[in-house]
Design a protein around this ligand. Structure first.
Ligand SMILES: C[S@@+](CC[C@H](N)C(=O)[O-])C[C@H]1O[C@@H](n2cnc3c(N)ncnc32)[C@H](O)[C@@H]1O
Length: 235
């Protein structure tokens, strides 16, 4: 049988099979790839530090998949904390008012419950045993759910909450646990259109930085374009 005939036979057989249910995984994209590089760069900055990795805002779990994969390559086996309501967004504050136009789009987040995120991670290729061993899921609305945190040192804090109040509350709460040299990553700040899409998040971040005289510590990542700070020794 020629190679073309074999290929055609293979395709025909594949088409005849029932569809394999693949969970809603993101397709490959330039932005997704650059984001992974950015995550890795930040992780390398804290490679020598003890402490957990905290993800605030899980959504469908894409960031969590990336974090679990990248941290598995590190010699330090960090605990990953995952904070989310796992039932969508709370009410927006007045600081988020220009986001109101996007509120319809936010309704989709209601479906991303723990089971949904777990299935995303399994479809991504992560084993349930590893997910359970490495991730502490903290379900509930911030700020109440912050009580679930074990108050251990934080090496890396990734904030991807989109709106004012949880950004403000998570920053105020976690800052004291971030170790000197630890990294705080802001997903919504100063990228193209962020000020229109996430005015509340920008305000919370600016208020936080101004209160601690940290504006000068902001660094812009050159691959993905997001900003982060590294906690100074005295802060
Ligand atoms: C943009 S998504 C996060 C995306 C995720 N980091 C990723 O990489 O796929 C924002 C998430 O923040 C969560 N969120 C917003 N406000 C919250 C609050 N007050 N408490 C808990 N979760 C909140 C929403 O439920 C939503 O899942």
């Amino acid at each position: 049988m020629s190679i073309t005939t074999r290929l055609k036979a293979g395709v025909k057989a594949a088409l005849g099979r029932p569809a394999v249910p693949i969970h809603n995984l993101p397709s490959i994209s330039q932005a997704g790839t650059l984001r992974t590089v950015y995550f890795h760069e930040c992780l390398k900055k804290v490679a020598h530090l003890d402490g957990s990795l905290v993800e605030c805002g899980v959504g469908q779990g894409y960031g969590l998949c990336t974090w679990l994969t990248l941290t598995a390559l590190e010699p330090k086996q960090r605990v990953i904390w995952a904070f989310d309501s796992f039932e969508g967004f709370p009410k927006f504050a007045k600081e988020d008012e220009t986001s109101a136009v996007r509120e319809a789009g936010y309704a989709q987040y209601k479906q991303f419950d723990l089971l949904y995120v777990f299935n995303t991670m399994k479809s991504f290729g992560l084993s349930p045993a590893e997910i359970n061993r490495r991730i502490s899921f903290a379900k509930g609305f911030i700020p109440q759910s912050l009580n679930l945190y074990d108050k251990s040192p934080v090496a890396l804090l990734h904030l991807d909450l989109d709106i004012f109040e949880p950004y403000r509350d998570a920053l105020d709460f976690f800052w004291e646990f971030v170790v000197p040299g630890g990294v705080v990553m802001f997903d919504e700040y100063n990228k193209a259109l962020d000020i229109f899409k996430f005015p509340g998040a920008q305000k919370a971040i600016n208020d936080f930085l101004d209160a601690r005289n940290l504006r000068g510590a902001l660094r812009k990542d050159t691959t993905y374009g997001n900003v982060y700070i590294q906690k100074p020794d005295i802060a």
